[in-house]
Design a protein around this ligand. Structure first.
Ligand code: SF4
Length: 96
């Protein structure tokens, strides 16, 4: 599962309007902050994209390598639906 303390344990870079949180063992990193998706865990099944009532996510990439990018994390209403449906526990939602 995603590290709930990733903000303390990782260093932030940026990708478009999002922060990307990396450490020495991360390959892709965690995308987003209040809606954070661990791209090293995401299997791209799209459950979060389907469940989100405010359309926070976009697909990043194509085919088997696609990931759920929380492009509009500011639109999150904290229903925690995405956390609940993720089969890899790759998403951490926390109010800013
Ligand atoms: Fe969307 Fe709810 Fe997840 Fe926020 S917590 S990103 S509103 S599914």
């Amino acid at each position: 599962p995603i590290d709930p303390n990733f903000q303390a344990n990782r260093v932030a870079t940026t990708f478009e309007n999002l922060k990307v949180w990396k450490n020495k063992i991360s390959n892709l990193g965690i995308y987003g902050t209040n809606v954070a998706v661990d791209f090293d865990l995401c299997v791209g099944d799209g459950a979060c994209i389907e469940v989100c009532p405010t359309n926070v996510f976009d697909w990043q990439g194509v085919g088997a390598d696609r990931k759920a990018l929380p492009s509009r994390e500011r639109d999150c209403i904290y229903c925690f639906g995405c956390e609940a449906v993720c089969p890899k526990f790759a998403i951490r939602v926390s109010k800013p």
